[in-house]
Design a protein around this ligand. Structure first.
Ligand SMILES: [Zn+2]
Length: 346
């Protein structure tokens, strides 16, 4: 039997939502992860330090007592974000990072940024104090093809920000294209990128296998196979600029299987097993720990976890449950189309 012990991983991008969904999904993440950066796109969004602290308390209440887990909070950047509030929240440790959503880019992003020029003073302040900026990197112009929106964002917005504020620590989140991997590799050392398990496992054909597949719909949308391959190459390479951010994003079945289904893949439950298999399939298990436990912590100037997890490879494929139940509602759990032999043995 094959085993590997690795530093307990971190998830640098999660959606915990609120209320009943929050209660159900938090333990799915805290079971295997040491820390997560928690996204602020609630309804209404987390716009200031006070709201972030209140949300953190609601999260802490539902962490199982057996799990040692730290949620790292974020503020949703708008053209009105207060610089003094940010500064004090970052310095007293209540808020870890700021999230930039171009207005309308994804779920609950209506209050996002329309004009990058208007947020430049905030970005300057963040660079001064060392506060990270997390970016949903897509333009929202309806005239730009949905498959090109990440590349156009890099060319027209990200490159501008990186040049204007080179000292700002930036994460281009959930990258989906070869263009993004190339840009991140070549840009200054303050720019890194996170990658999701589903963008590593699926290409855009997965949206249309025998019919429309709403559970594979996420934003940024899945891209063609050449891009998926570039993401895998970046993830398994061990390059310190790439790390895991699952973008686990729960939506109830009724909201996914709908005439206008929500974007998001809920992948927290089996994420570590799936990634271990993916690295195994690529003969790159030696770089798994870098991708899921080390590179992100280094980018954010944090120590890695003191705890470890043990991964065990069995002769039989893991059987995954299909749904997470919430009262009489349910959420579909992501599983890839390749067999998974690895399990997490605490
Ligand atoms: Zn997200």
């Amino acid at each position: 039997m094959e085993e590997i012990e690795i530093i307990k991983p971190d998830d640098w991008h999660v959606h915990f939502r609120d209320n009943e969904i929050l209660k159900a999904v938090v333990p799915e993440t805290t079971r295997h992860f040491a820390r997560s950066i928690v996204m602020p796109n609630l309804v209404p969004p987390i716009l200031n330090a006070k709201q972030a602290v209140e949300y953190k308390k609601r999260i802490e209440k539902v962490i199982p007592s057996t799990d040692n887990f730290e949620p790292l909070m974020t503020i949703y950047l708008t053209e009105e974000t207060n610089r003094d509030d940010l500064k004090s929240a970052y310095k007293n440790g209540s808020v870890f990072a700021v999230k930039l959503y171009p207005a309308g880019a994804t779920t609950n992003s209506e209050s996002g940024v329309k004009d990058i020029q208007k947020i430049m003073p905030v970005l300057e302040t963040m660079a001064e104090i060392g506060m990270p900026l997390l970016i949903h990197g897509e333009v929202t112009d309806p005239n730009i093809d949905i498959f090109d929106r990440e590349k156009v964002f890099i060319d027209t917005k990200l490159d501008f920000i990186c040049r204007e504020v080179p000292n700002l620590k930036i994460t281009l989140e959930h990258i989906t294209t070869q263009d993004a991997t190339l840009y991140v590799k070549e840009c200054n050392q303050n720019l890194a990128a996170s990658i999701t398990p589903h963008h590593l496992a699926l290409n855009r054909n997965a949206l249309f296998v025998g019919g429309i597949r709403p559970h594979n719909y996420c934003l940024p949308i899945l891209k063609r196979e050449t891009h998926r391959k570039a993401l895998v190459e970046a993830a398994v390479s061990g390059n310190p600029k790439f790390f895991l951010g699952t973008d686990t994003a729960p939506h109830l079945i009724k909201d996914k299987e709908s005439a206008c289904g929500c974007a998001g893949v809920f992948n927290a439950t089996y994420c570590i097993q799936i990634l271990t298999q993916l690295f195994d399939n690529e003969d790159s298990l030696q770089n798994l720990e870098k991708f899921i436990s080390k590179n992100g912590a280094n980018h954010y100037n944090l120590k890695t976890s003191n705890e470890t997890i043990l991964m065990v490879k069995s002769n039989e494929t893991s059987s995954f449950k299909e749904y997470l139940h919430i009262g009489n509602q349910k959420i579909k759990i992501f599983k890839p189309d390749f067999p998974v032999f690895w399990t997490v043995s605490k």
